[in-house]
Design a protein around this ligand. Sequence first.
Ligand SMILES: [Zn+2]
Length: 206
Amino acid sequence: MTQTIAGLLPQEIQTHGQRFRQMIEQVEANEAQQAAKRVDPLINATPKQRKYILDLATQVPAEIQFSMTTWMNSQPGPLDRKQIHNLIERLKARRVFTKPAEVPADRYALRVDGVVHFYKVERPTVGKYAGRVFVKAQAGDELLPIRGAGAQIVLEQIAVDVEAAYNLYRDELDRCRRCTRTLTDEVSRAAHLGPDCRAIIAAEGL
Ligand SMILES: [Zn+2]
């Protein structure tokens, strides 16, 4: 039962070749199986949760986006409600804000629970307040200072998307069609009339 080396080699190579082929087939079969099983991982999320997750995903670093996606796709099925909740918390914790210190002096608006709020960010460059940041809420033509933590929250929210806040201000700010006064509150903007002019028109209508 002696085998020559020459007789052994082709056998070895063949065995290796078979093993390699089987290995490839196995990997391909697994991939096909995974692809067939792959369903929307967020199928159990509410539309609001889905939108929030997609928004949050744009606010985290790319590597976090990548690892979260990999994690979602590695789950045996769609995420359950607890996993969705955890995903939201994990994304929230990894958000990167533009530093509030970087919000340029300008006018901005934020939509909070469907209501648009108007702001002015001031950054004096001269005088005793030079270098400081001031946030004011705009009500009509009036500017009301917001101090401390409130100002910080507004700056942080603007910093999430400075361009969007800038555009929202321009899109939503309105003027009274009767007296051209600036309109900021929801009712006045919907009517394109300020409260005084609404009252006058109502009185004239009587
Ligand atoms: Zn008016």
